[in-house]
Write a new protein. Structure first.
Length: 485
């Protein structure tokens, strides 16, 4: 524990949904749900307006639609979220050399290591200025927690939500923790929480009163010892600047179980290419290819193959994933497929094509257009499968919420597609609410587009934090337990 609250935890507020609201003027102040939109889709993030209706992350999208039928349901735009995250992480990096990203929208910062804070007063000032900088650069809000440890800083940022700052003064940790649920502590999930509840422990105070010996008896030596220390507010974990990724993977859950073996293989090859794209964007390579298959009965199988050396070649990864698929029985149907690469490295081995004798043949086959596979009893008169395929193609080409550009009307975003049509609202970040126009899905003047910046002319923070522009959001708040605009 530090004598001053110089560990900062930043958590962007409803990040994906807030980014969508900032990008789409017509959605500001309205319920927005970002995630998978199919029957098996899951909510990634819900705006605070949607949360008031009971929608939350990890909830099935079908359930969310019942709770909030009038919300806007959008497919994630990770390219936008990554670009905003890079802006935020750059600001954090200007505060300290010790920044520990946890995800695109969350990170710890050691303010003491950056020389920008050594007391409660200077830490609060830095936290407030950080929130101002984030808003002026990205247009979004973030909540900040400040404390003498990582655990308490994260708890503080949760209490600060949305769009606030909470500072925990050293010496007040146990008083603050006592009434909180045991689930507040890191490492206490649903199973451990239920186990402790059955033992009569529901608050952090209960854990502290029970004592270390009793917690060790209940949950084991290692976990019990750590749990007792956390209940006392003790956490000596340092902020770690380099959190090396152990793997890169992508997966898809399908609205309808896949039974066609050709389609399953095509999806595996497509996922392999996506996985390599992520691998290359991180400037990494990997040695072990992993295939994940969840079957119709929810049983999940994983298969892996270790190559002779690390690679970032899509053909090699695709061929390895296809070989792994040959050892998996998919006759009952497949509901989820995933491809990953582990054993990451910073270099590649150029001669890995030798591992697959038919690599070139596979590449040519995968780039050739697929021929439709006739169903038994099907024929030219069987139009339903063709119509269903067209609708799936439209949804894949025109995902709800994604950017488009029209040759005449300019930039817009997809409100929805179906029955051979795509509906677009033409508006831009920072502009007025735009009008809605419907087109045929094959309209030659309409094409997918890249996301636009959320802030057109952001304040220049190149000299941050030495010379900070004055806030346009008002003065820095006075000292106290909590600050919200």
């Amino acid at each position: 524990m530090r004598p001053a609250p110089t560990i900062l935890h930043l958590d962007m507020d409803a990040f994906y949904a807030s980014a969508e609201q900032a990008a789409k003027p017509s959605l500001r102040g309205k319920a927005v749900v970002v995630g998978g939109l199919g029957p098996r889709g899951v909510v990634a993030t819900a705006s605070y307006e949607a949360r008031l209706l009971g929608v939350h992350s990890a909830m099935p999208t079908a359930q969310a639609r019942r709770l909030a039928p009038n919300a806007a349901y959008l497919v994630p735009r990770f390219s936008l979220y990554r670009s905003v995250s890079e802006q935020v992480m750059e600001l954090l990096g200007r505060l300290s050399p010790l920044v520990e990203p946890l995800s695109l929208d969350e990170a710890f910062v050691d303010l003491e290591a950056g020389g920008v804070a050594d007391s409660a007063v200077s830490a609060r000032r830095t936290g407030e200025r950080l929130r101002t900088a984030i808003r002026e650069v990205t247009g979004l809000s973030g909540s900040v927690g400040l404390a003498g440890s990582k655990m308490l800083a994260k708890i503080a940022s949760e209490q600060a939500k949305p769009d606030g700052l909470v500072l925990i003064e050293p010496g007040t940790e146990r008083e603050l923790l006592a009434p909180l649920s045991v689930r507040t502590l890191p490492g206490v999930g649903p199973a451990t929480g239920d186990h402790l509840r059955r033992a009569g422990m529901t608050t952090v105070h209960d854990l502290a009163e029970a004592g270390e010996a009793e917690l060790v008896r209940l949950v084991g030596k290692a976990h019990g010892h750590g749990l007792y220390r956390m209940a006392l507010g003790l956490d000596d974990r340092p902020v770690v600047a380099e959190r090396d990724a152990k793997s890169v993977s992508v997966e898809d859950t399908f609205d309808v179980d896949l039974h066609d073996r050709v389609r399953v293989r095509a999806e595996v090859e497509r996922l392999a290419v996506r996985c390599v794209e992520r691998l290359r964007s991180a400037d990494r390579s990997g040695r072990t290819v992993v295939l994940k298959v969840r079957r119709y009965d929810f049983s999940t199988l994983t298969r892996s193959e270790t190559l002779r050396g690390p690679t970032d070649d899509p053909t090699v990864v695709r061929e390895a994933a296809a070989r792994l698929l040959e050892a998996v029985d998919t006759t009952g149907g497949v509901r989820l497929l995933g491809v990953g690469v582990t054993g990451l490295a910073d270099f590649t081995q150029e001669d890995l094509f030798a591992q697959a004798a038919d690599a070139r043949e596979l590449a040519a086959r995968s780039e050739a257009p697929e021929k439709p596979v006739a169903e038994e009893g099907g024929g030219p008169a069987d139009e339903e499968p063709a119509r269903e395929g067209a609708e799936q193609l439209a949804a894949r080409r025109w995902p709800a919420g994604h950017d488009v550009r029209h040759a005449v009307l300019g930039h817009g975003w997809v409100q929805g597609s179906g029955v051979g049509r795509v509906t677009v609202r033409f508006e831009e970040p920072g502009g007025p609410v735009g009008r809605v126009v419907t087109f045929r899905i094959d309209d030659p003047e309409l094409s997918p587009a890249d996301p636009m910046p959320l802030v057109r002319d952001p304040v220049d923070y190149s000299s941050w934090p030495a010379s900070l522009p004055k806030s346009r959001s008002g003065p820095v708040s006075a000292a106290g337990g909590e600050s919200r605009p």
